[in-house]
Write a protein that binds this ligand. Sequence first.
Ligand SMILES: [Zn+2]
Length: 374
Amino acid sequence: MRNEAMLQEFIELVTTDAVSGQEKLVADKLTEKLKALGFTVTMDDAGPKLGGNCGNVIGIREGELDGSLLFSSHMDRMPNGFGIKPVERDGVLYSDGTTILSADDLSGVCAILEGIRQAIASGKPLPRLEVVFTVQEEPGVWGSAVLDTSVLQSKLGYVFDATGNIGRFVVKGPGRYTIDVTLTGKAAHAGADPEKGIDAAKAACKMLATLATGRLDFETVSNFPILEGITARNSVCDHAAFRGEARSRDLEKLEKYMKYFDEHCRKIAAECNVGIEIETELSYPPLNVKETDQVYLLAKAACEKLAFTFNPEPGGGGMDANNLAGKGITCMGVGCGYAKNHTTDEYLVLEEFFKAGLLCQTLIETYAGTCRSK
Ligand SMILES: [Zn+2]
């Protein structure tokens, strides 16, 4: 079931240059495409907030049914994504080997456009549809973190932005805190007066050597790979720093670790008589979809209708779905048929890509079946 129109739309978008923070050319095209499908399209202020040339594109299309369903993908791509020349070999699309393909995530964008297009073409009554095409996902899901959700009504949605075949859904993913610690000791001549100094580097080492790190349990980890001591060889270290992160799929466990971390480091700082500053930031909250959530049940039902294998799996990183979940929209990541993304070997299996459009359409129709006329 080759879908030539879908393939041509994909080629049109991947050959439109973009990179994180510079998504405007793609955003302009998507805005026109959504308008042609009857969407009211706005752009939020993520561009100026994040220093990019473009904000998140938000499309809304009122329907005949009550209820609202959201679809999302990201418009940015990895840096090596200019001048992409797609090449098809045996039903698989590749770049020419010098760039990425950017199937991550324009295959998701095209699946959403195609699914909505076909759902509208069917002439059946539809719910309100909301589409969010985000900016700056690749550097750390920044666009969705500052997404203005005030205009959105959906409580559930699908983020078409995952590797793997159609039917694979990312239902769990860790939340992450970044952690920056700065220690202040006291300089002194290392040869003449070491006892007059306070060694900040030694305090940092003591903190890390006695801290629980690495795998903390099956869903919680932490890592502190960046160490700094700024001083001369012949001076007691008066400034040291270390940086890292903690992740967990369980927000409570993550918060508990952060509290433990804070207490642990402050206790040692007091013992060592060093000044301490701890800066932490929640990069994104965990994604934790339950088997009883409507978003899960709909995906399962849609796969059954299409005779696709339903394959819910945990993911290892953060995606826009994490931020959307944190904003009250329960989302799952959706496999789009691509693999080896972020490399020049990236490829897209066309049969799976075409199925992704069908899946989006079926998700809309399955959801519509649970709605009532307004
Ligand atoms: Zn992606």
